[in-house]
Design a protein around this ligand. Structure first.
Ligand code: FAD
Length: 402
């Protein structure tokens, strides 16, 4: 039997592919099984000191994602003997990645796209896995989805269960058991009771922090000694009646050398504007996201300590300056432009390929694999779901052949 811990970007597709191919699969998920529209209740913070977001529930962080789907690190991964080209094609077709339809590009997003193009920046509509026919354009992508119009890892788990996989929610995997250097089972806690499940193979897809803690408890103590988190801020200001807050979020993309920019509403921006009459409908804001160096670590309680290097700050400053030019060109009053705090939403790099796992994502313990953002060797500085899905599809193919 194959046990998969976690149902997010890494775990969902793996469970689907293996279950549909007749493997006996058990999926253990720490959080509950919920409806997408309720996902905002399951946001979790990794640490009090670092503003790093995730959700602990079925689908993991994919359920609150904006469904942005871009290829990342394809060239870099070739240096680690990982060629994702076929897997990318398969996954893009499976979840129907496409540039957001014009019917779903609102006024604020269009202003962003026009300004980016006028400034000569590489500007495009965001590739997404959204079902436009279901999308009610409410701007609540990061809450989950009131209309269930986005792909999430939950969709794949549902398919896996339909194909015969067993799903056990509200079960926290704590340790992988081994005998003579080979996996023989897994320990997890459900309803405060410790349980043991026998397994031939275990795949940890519990996210960069979750998988780190399990690896350490299982004797792989080097996990989580480094971490990236793709830092971001949202900067924005006053643009009367733009109504951007109810548009599909992150519908556009500007690709810079050291950053990406995307229109993203943040209610925090309003607090920076010294005019009580300004409402959420009068804000246009842009997310600035950059790659970061792998400086920082996960401590033994799962808290994240992150160090920002000079290069990290330079990239963020370059991106923020460019976002300012776009906002001004789009009509935002430059005197009102402010920023959110510095945050992260893509933790990874805690069990890197080439260090903790090999190019087949296997650890030093035979038949123990890691497949989630942990294995990414460097920060993508871009939405990582598509890359994780492709890595997972590649692992499914490897396990099928084995
Ligand atoms: C608000 C927000 C928006 C985002 N938007 C995008 C986007 O548009 N595009 C994009 O590419 N990326 C986006 N991301 C990032 C993306 O969602 C994550 O990078 C990605 O989901 C990470 O995949 P993963 O498999 O590593 O972890 P996750 O998807 O988080 O999955 C980990 C799973 O493991 C479970 N788990 C944790 N510990 C245990 C344990 N001990 N035992 C059992 N289960 C456990 C968790 O509950 C979770 O279900 C966004 C993130 C956030 C927070």
């Amino acid at each position: 039997m194959i046990v998969i811990a976690g149902t997010g970007a890494g775990g969902g597709i793996l469970a689907r592919e293996l279950a549909l191919n007749g493997f006996e699969v058990t999926i253990l998920e720490k959080g509950p099984y919920i409806k997408s529209k309720d996902a905002f209740n399951y946001y979790d913070k990794y640490s009090e000191d670092v503003d790093l977001l995730t959700t602990t529930c079925i689908g993991g962080a994919t359920i609150v994602s904006m469904s942005n789907m871009v290829r990342a690190l394809d060239e870099e991964l070739l240096d680690y003997d990982v060629d994702l080209s076929e897997a990318y094609e398969y996954v893009e077709k499976l979840i129907n990645v496409h540039q957001l339809d014009d019917s779903h590009i609102g006024k604020g997003t269009q202003a962003f796209l026009d300004a980016g193009r006028e400034l000569g920046l590489e500007t495009l509509k965001m590739p997404k896995a959204i079902r436009e026919e279901d999308c009610i354009q409410c701007g609540k992508c990061a809450f989950g989805c009131p209309a269930d119009a986005k792909w999430s890892g939950k969709d794949f788990i549902d398919e896996a269960v339909e194909a015969g996989a067993t799903l056990i929610c509200e079960s926290e995997v704590t340790e992988v058991l081994e005998e003579n250097g080979r996996v023989c089972g897994i320990k997890y806690v459900k309803d405060n009771v410790e349980e043991i499940l026998e397994a031939d193979k275990v795949v940890l897809s519990a996210g960069a922090i979750g998988s780190t803690l399990i690896l350490r408890n299982s004797g792989i103590s080097e996990a989580g000694r480094e971490i990236f988190f793709d830092p971001f801020v949202s900067v924005g200001g006053y643009l009367k009646d733009i109504n951007f807050n109810t548009e599909v979020q992150m519908g556009g993309l500007v690709v810079g050398e050291n950053f990406v920019l995307s229109p993203h509403f943040s209610s925090f921006i309003r607090a920076n504007i010294p005019d009580d009459n300004v409402t959420d409908a009068d804000i246009l804001s842009i997310m600035v996201k950059t790659p970061d160096e792998c400086k920082g670590y996960v401590d033994d309680d799962g808290d994240v300590v992150k160090i920002n290097t000079i290069t990290d700050i330079r990239y963020l400053a370059e991106g923020t300056a460019t976002a300012g030019f776009i906002l001004e060109r789009a009509g935002v009053d430059p005197k009102t432009i402010g920023s959110t705090v510095y945050r992260g939403a893509h933790p990874g790099g805690t069990a890197k390929i080439g260090e903790i796992v090999d190019s087949n994502l296997e650890t030093e313990i035979k038949n123990l694999f890691v497949c989630d953002a942990s294995v990414l060797p460097i920060s993508p500085g871009k939405p990582p779901i598509l890359t994780i899905l492709a890595l997972s599809k590649r692992l499914a193919d490897y396990l099928k052949k084995e």
